[in-house]
Design a protein around this ligand. Sequence first.
Ligand SMILES: Nc1ncnc2c1ncn2[C@@H]1O[C@H](COP(=O)(O)OP(=O)(O)O)[C@@H](O)[C@H]1O
Ligand SMILES: [Mg+2]
Length: 316
Amino acid sequence: MEPLLRVENLKKYFPVERGIFKREVARIRAVDGISFSLERGKTLSLVGESGCGKTTVARLILRLLEPTFGAIYFKGENIFDLDKKGMFQARGMMQIVFQDPFGSLNPRQRVGDIIGEALSIHNLAKDRRRERIAELLRTVGLGEECLWRYPHQFSGGQRQRIGIARALAVEPELMVCDEPISALDVSIQAQILNLLKSLQERFSLSFIFIAHDLAVVRYISHRVAIMYLGKIVEWAGTEELYRNPLHPYTRALLSAIPTIERRERVILKGEIPDPTQPPKGCRFHTRCLEALPECKEREPNLEEISKDHLLACHFA
Ligand SMILES: Nc1ncnc2c1ncn2[C@@H]1O[C@H](COP(=O)(O)OP(=O)(O)O)[C@@H](O)[C@H]1O
Ligand SMILES: [Mg+2]
């Protein structure tokens, strides 16, 4: 069966322009040829350090950006082939939750209007809008009195609940959550994760869950894709990835989690390279503790090494 979402060799390069004629002097290779799919009702986590291209992937999935190359099939149709009407319909089925709910909620709008607006754009619950908004607030664990308040009157965790309620308003099938808990206190993070998990069960939602480390995604994801400089370097089912991480980058990310069984901490050397000029060969080789001469010459492909476990590394 066709998965809900299938991403095929997706690339997004941003031009770097100089001078009054806006001459293109370089291209940031934010997303540089990635492919994956997401089955209905499942969660795929995209994990990697800041700048590796996660948000760009998220924005491409919602078609808030046009790709440089590649395709994204949502329910079998390439969203980049959809016309305005088709894209409007697709938008009713996919929603995004941002890292910073404060930045994405209009500070001058009351919560009731924020959620009401989402309903009216898609012409939903016309006769019973007020009840529907209250119901959505209850669904995310907020009381009806919140209807009349403004975003600044809430805590970070509550604001994120409002962002989730707004996304749920259109009854989407896919939610892209771009670091939804990164800005929250650890104690609140677990509550939001629990909420997302229960929403998934209740509404059979599919999630793309984006995070910059591996600490939180184990609990929520079915599969994990590790990204480095615009590419996926490892892909596996969650249990498999945590039990048997193979890419040196994945192992470094895992070793940085404080609570997990005391692995030896792997400290990566050097800085993340310039995304306009990713290193030749394996783009991780400049920071890899296990790199061999071949890694500087030949780029490894993402290959299946066992069932549902893909790896792009010559020697791991
Ligand atoms: N609109 C844009 N214009 C130019 N460069 C961008 C734009 N958006 C992102 N980038 C660059 O693309 C790379 C990936 O960014 P992003 O997708 O935001 O990464 P992440 O979400 O993993 O931190 C970064 O080098 C970033 O500076
Ligand atoms: Mg980001």
